[in-house]
Design a protein around this ligand. Sequence first.
Ligand code: SF4
Length: 331
Amino acid sequence: MKIGIPRALLHYYYSPFWVSFFEELGVEVVFSGSTDKKTVDLGVGISVPEICVPIKIFNGHVLKLLNTDVDYVFIPRMASIEKGKYFCPKFMGLPDMAKHSIPDIGGRLLTMDVQTRSENIATPEMYYSLADRLGVSEKQIRLACKAGARNFKRFLKLCIEGRTVSEAFEALKVPDGQAKPPVKIDGLKIGLLGYVYDVYDEFVSMDVTGRLRQLGVGVLTFEMLSRQELSRYVRKMKKSLFWTFSDKLLGAAYKMFRERTVDGVIHVTAFGCGPDSFLGKLLEIESEDSGIPFMTVRIDEHTGENHLQTRVEAFVDMLKRRNRTTGGESL
Ligand code: SF4
């Protein structure tokens, strides 16, 4: 049996779990390949115009998988992994959106609900509904959850050690202890804030982490911070953001701005993102209060490579000049 996983959205966070889970069950996992112009056009063609760009791209990846010989396309309903916090509503409605906007998906949609109290999405009961379609027992599902949890834990550890998600994915391909050490760059450091599917889809973000590294800049992202670090400031808020990943980004931003751990912050956001309209404003306020420069890069289906490169280079130049004249202190 072959299961297709769209190379989009939370693939950039939860694939280490899902791949190990399905492989433990003897299922072959197939990805939809990298995002390219054709993927975007396919997705735009079947999506409502108002929806955010990452969902359009996701739809393009689903269509690509449906054109292969996969038995199922796996689209979980991501509801909650934390008490009182939820995924963006688009994740909660993802299987329904796929069913209604992609009629060809028919019986090839494989879905289940992720509704748990732990970031480690290994609660076996959530997966029992897949047992019949995969032809496996509940005992096998429990063992598969353990395998998924082991790999996901390793992925999180690789990130905390200072690797980006892409680097952690590479590191997972070699045995434990043999991964390349995290990239260390002395000098300018930029906090890069954005949902994993915006930052790590190289077509979407035009490889912004690679560009920063080429410019000799160190990068700090939310997944390099521990849960304690991410919650240090948000837990003191009267009301936290309602959405899990927006909350992680806000926690990372508070740490960066308030503890002055970076020289500047770039927020990568997608056109049409509702939660980011709140988050972006909060980041602007933090930047003003701290004096640490902040730039928003908004991507849409037409964003050109030169546009992003020019803006990132100009931001880095400005930070270098500023550090030369002020020693990094607020102006
Ligand atoms: S958080 Fe924003 S970009 Fe992500 S799915 Fe929701 S609306 Fe789209």
